[in-house]
Design a protein around this ligand. Structure first.
Ligand code: SF4
Ligand code: SF4
Length: 95
């Protein structure tokens, strides 16, 4: 029998980061599961997200000083990815 959702479909909370991110450490600091990390690569910083570790709690969304984080839904490929995904990268304004 057909169901509203096909068997095996995965929908999971995730976040996206819009232009205007200052690469401050707030989201990485407040995330209770460590899903968001800020990693240094040379002169740049990279914000990375492990989608499977995001609970959609919204802590980062509420705490981001310039309010550039949005909650979104991720599908199976992003949830099961072995590597964290890149949310944002750049040279911080304060460096
Ligand atoms: S998304 Fe917001 S809280 Fe996270 S590093 Fe960028 S400015 Fe800071
Ligand atoms: S929504 Fe919650 S769990 Fe997901 S990245 Fe933001 S703070 Fe972490």
């Amino acid at each position: 029998m057909a169901t509203a959702r096909s068997q095996g479909e995965v929908r999971w909370p995730a976040i996206q980061v819009l232009e205007g991110c200052t690469l401050c450490p707030v989201c990485a600091n407040v995330c209770p599961t460590g899903a968001v990390k800020r990693v240094r690569e040379g002169e740049e910083y990279v914000l990375e997200l492990e989608v499977a570790a995001c609970t959609g709690c919204g802590g980062c969304v509420a705490s981001c000083p310039p309010q550039v984080i949005e909650l979104v839904e991720a599908g199976r490929d992003r949830v099961l990815a072995e590597e964290p995904e890149e949310l944002f990268r750049g040279e911080p304004e304060w460096s």
